[in-house]
Design a protein. Structure first.
Length: 428
């Protein structure tokens, strides 16, 4: 009689593969081919052909390799075949044609084989993993690497399937994509969320952005946005004008890279970047790697949580020696009155960069936008700028040009001389 460990099939069909998978994903069991539902032997007319078809199908249609957990017994007298399946150690097993999805992963429920739920699949992956998250098998195997190919080409580093095992993108045992592959692929599900607040707390919300896709795409798009938010303040020391960005660009880069490379990707949440008037917070999921302390981090001692991911970013020269990023941030703020801060909890790592212009005293500060900075630079090189030159320089229309000039004049940056076609703008 059929039960959770036994199944009868009068002849071979591809549905037998689902039963093999279900037994391997659960507690094991046996499939008898050439036997009716009551357990009576019917016999197979061409038993040798059936045996060949069965062994080939199980070998070629199921991933990961399940053959070591399958044993075949041919009963010549009754002309039946027993497929004995042991519980596998590399769950979940799935149909190669369907992938690691409910329609490809089966488990045993009573006397039948049923599709596994997404939660059950994730649970099996987690329980079977013995190494770091990035080395585990990717839940999705249909991945694309458009952004990764572009990034490797930009850095003149070879990228292709023949390099995937060395990079940690595919598993050397079964050729399946790893979780690292998902992070670098266009299908990466993790994101970076940026929130902008007015003032020094979260009481007044202004704007938000979310960056998705490959970690390479997130890195470039998020950094470009942070640079747009990184205003330059002009202060005057007598007759001398001193320009200073709110945040050193290299500090923004290091804090962002640290959050992307060292976060714990077994959590499903996003990296959070909070922008206030007086600081930027980079909140990355995952506390310290076991055995390290905050003092170790500040001294440059590092143990990458995602070793393969760190190696990829190192190959592409986005990061240098491990553990130097935090030190470099503090070096960039060496002369600043307010220093960066590292805040560590059990599940988060936060880097706080102070706005260098927020604490200025005794000087008159002027906040300028990137477009205004381009105009200033043009005037320094050419002596003055006209309305038409501003439109050409920034690629904007006349109405937008008027608003930018008005803003710069109100800030005391520009002075205008002449009218009509003779109108020219100079730095004050």
């Amino acid at each position: 009689m059929e039960n959770e460990r036994t199944e009868f099939k009068s002849e071979y069909t591809d549905n037998i593969l689902k039963s093999v998978i279900a037994f391997a994903n659960t507690d094991g069991g046996s499939i008898y081919i050439g036997v009716d539902n009551n357990g009576q032997a019917l016999g197979l007319a061409h038993i040798d052909d059936y045996y060949t078809r069965i062994t080939n199908a199980i070998r070629d249609s199921i991933l990961p390799d399940i053959t070591m957990f399958v044993k075949y017994t041919v009963n010549e007298k009754n002309r039946t075949i027993e497929i004995s399946v042991s519980e596998g150690t590399n769950k979940p097993y799935f149909l190669k044609s369907k992938g690691m999805r409910p329609e490809g992963v089966y488990i045993r429920q009573g006397a039948s084989s049923a599709p596994a739920s997404v939660d059950k699949i994730r649970q099996m992956i987690k329980l079977s993993e013995k190494d770091a998250f990035e080395s585990g098998r990717a839940f999705k195997q249909d991945l694309h690497f458009t952004e990764a190919e572009r990034e490797f080409a930009l850095k003149k580093v070879e990228f292709g399937e023949e390099k995937f095992v060395a990079l940690g993108i595919t598993n050397p045992d079964d050729g399946l994509y790893t979780n690292l592959a998902t992070l670098l692929s266009d299908e990466c599900a993790h994101t970076v969320k940026v929130a902008i607040f007015s003032g020094n707390d979260k009481k007044v919300f202004k704007d938000r952005k979310e960056f998705a896709g490959s970690l390479f795409k997130q890195l470039r798009n998020c950094f470009e946005f942070l640079e747009l938010c990184n205003h330059t303040a002009a202060s005057f020391d007598g007759l001398d004008r001193i320009d200073k960005e709110d945040y050193p660009s290299s500090a923004l880069r290091e804090a962002l890279l640290n959050a992307l490379v060292h976060r714990d990707y077994s959590f499903s949440g996003s990296i959070i970047i909070n922008i206030f008037d007086n600081k930027i917070e980079f909140v990355s999921l995952g506390g310290l790697v076991g055995g390290l302390s905050k003092e170790d981090i500040l001294r440059g001692v590092s143990q990458p949580r995602n070793q393969n991911l760190a190696n990829v970013f190192y190959r592409l020269k986005h990061i240098e020696a491990y553990g130097t990023g935090i030190q470099r941030i503090f070096d960039l703020y060496e002369s600043n009155a307010v220093q960066p801060e590292i805040i560590i909890t059990d599940n988060t790592f936060t880097t706080v960069l102070p706005n260098r212009n927020a604490e200025s005293e005794g000087t008159v500060s002027i906040q300028t936008t990137p477009q205004e900075q381009m105009i200033e630079e043009y005037i320094r090189d050419n002596g003055f700028i006209t309305d038409d030159e501003i439109q050409a320089l920034l690629g904007i229309k006349k109405s937008r040009t008027y608003l930018i000039i008005k803003s710069m004049k109100e800030k005391g940056i520009l002075v205008t001389k002449g009218r009509g076609f003779e109108r020219k703008h100079y730095l004050r």
